[in-house]
Design a protein around this ligand. Structure first.
Ligand SMILES: Nc1nc2c(ncn2[C@@H]2O[C@H](COP(=O)(O)OP(=O)(O)O)[C@@H](O)[C@H]2O)c(=O)[nH]1
Ligand SMILES: [Mg+2]
Length: 366
């Protein structure tokens, strides 16, 4: 396990550091603070080479090692500063005993160091070879529905209108969980007019599993996901798929948290919860709106991946497990649903936390 190697190198570094500190101070008579500074620097360089030769040996070799050393050095020093700051904050503001605080701080900083170095210094995300899509690809949009009778009949024609206007070859896959209000039948009737499939499941089995089931039935090389309640504007489809069609992106995300994006009419409480939820996903992905349910991707990025639909954030699952290199986030404003009721309640917040733990575990073991 890579993170284990990383930890072991860190530990050996500590021993080397201590030894050097002792030697410089006792044998060379250097003031111990200066000895400490020299020892830390030695340590950083020592650890760097261990990581180069061992922890990250399977990377694609590109660029100069000296540049990586520089990055690693800066990240390590920032990490140390973070450690001290957190130690202080945990002790003073949370009233935790300073020895415990230090362990907590070290844990946070260790993880930070690991993930940042993995990505930034040794570039593990960058060198993934992503497939190209060919000219005029088929775009499949998966739409999960549960009691959306007022929306679905309006949404589908709008989507196909957008396809036509923008010259996109598209299909829609509706996954309905036997909605009591008859959404499934409405969708079924529309098949006569539009290129679409309707999957009928027996009971309400949940949003994520519906989407994953949809993925299994799509024909397109590009797959998209959107809600059926108009929270995700169909007019945006061209902006969000075109970067993929032109191979400028492997994954595009409709984003509320990049410049130009936003949310309308959310109460303060929901905004706070959303911010907290976003923060917790911070180390998992660089996507700025990791909880977005409006995204498109090249089918191949999930080719060999097992998607586990825990909770309802299927997007996050793909952002974390997918093999892609180029992401693009397209700003949009999330609006509350046009008609009908939300199906997701507080129970889903717990599911989200469980999902996060699983994804962090996945990432660490990768
Ligand atoms: N098939 C299926 N779709 C669902 C389920 N739960 C929610 N959806 C759909 O998923 C989308 C998002 O759900 P919604 O209730 O709007 O969630 P909110 O926007 O977070 O309030 C909508 O298109 C729903 O119809 C489910 O259990 N099964
Ligand atoms: Mg909704």
């Amino acid at each position: 396990m890579r993170i284990g190697k990383f930890a072991l190198v860190g530990l050996t570094g500590l021993i080397v550091g201590e030894t050097l500190l002792y030697i410089f101070t006792e044998f060379f008579g250097i003031f111990y603070v200066f000895s400490g500074i020299i020892a830390v620097e030695f340590c950083v360089v020592f650890n760097f080479f261990m990581h180069e030769r061992w922890t990250f040996i399977d990377r694609e070799k590109k660029g100069r090692w000296f540049k990586r050393l520089l990055k690693y050095n800066v990240i390590s020093l920032v990490g140390m500063a973070m450690n001290i700051t957190l130690l202080f904050a945990f002790t003073e503001f949370l009233g935790i005993h300073y020895l415990i605080s230090n362990i907590l701080a070290a844990l946070v900083v260790f993880n930070w160091n690991y993930f940042i170095n993995l990505k930034k210094t040794w570039g593990y995300d960058k060198y993934i070879k992503t497939p190209r899509v060919h000219k005029n690809p088929l775009v499949s949009i998966v739409i999960p529905t549960y009691n959306e009778k007022e929306n679905i009949g309006v949404l589908i024609p709008e989507i196909f209108g957008v396809f036509k206007k923008s010259g996109i070859r598209g299909e829609v896959v509706v996954v309905d969980d036997n909605s009591p209000d008859g959404t499934g039948e409405i969708a079924e009737k529309m098949k006569a007019k539009y290129r679409m499939k309707v999957i009928h499941r027996k009971t309400k089995l949940g949003l994520s599993s519906a989407v994953v089931e949809g993925f299994e039935k799509v024909q397109g090389d590009i797959i998209g996901v959107m809600d059926s309640d108009f929270s995700h504007p169909p007019e945006l489809i061209p902006d969000i798929v075109k970067p993929i069609i032109s191979n400028q992106a492997d994954l595009t995300v409709g984003s509320r948290y990049v410049k130009g994006g936003g949310i309308k009419e959310w109460p303060f409480k929901r905004k706070i919860i959303s911010r907290g939820a976003r923060l917790l996903a911070k180390l998992l992905t660089t996507v700025k709106d990791p909880l977005s349910g409006f995204f498109f991707f090249k089918r191949d990025i999930i080719k060999n991946k097992v998607l586990k639909p825990h909770g309802y954030k299927i997007g996050l699952e793909i952002f974390v497990k997918g093999e892609y290199s180029k992401i693009r986030e397209i700003p949009y404003t999330f609006v509350n649903r046009r008609a009908g009721k939300s199906k997701l309640g507080p129970k889903e917040d717990m599911n989200y936390l469980k999902h996060l733990v699983k994804l962090y575990w996945y990432k660490v073991n990768r």
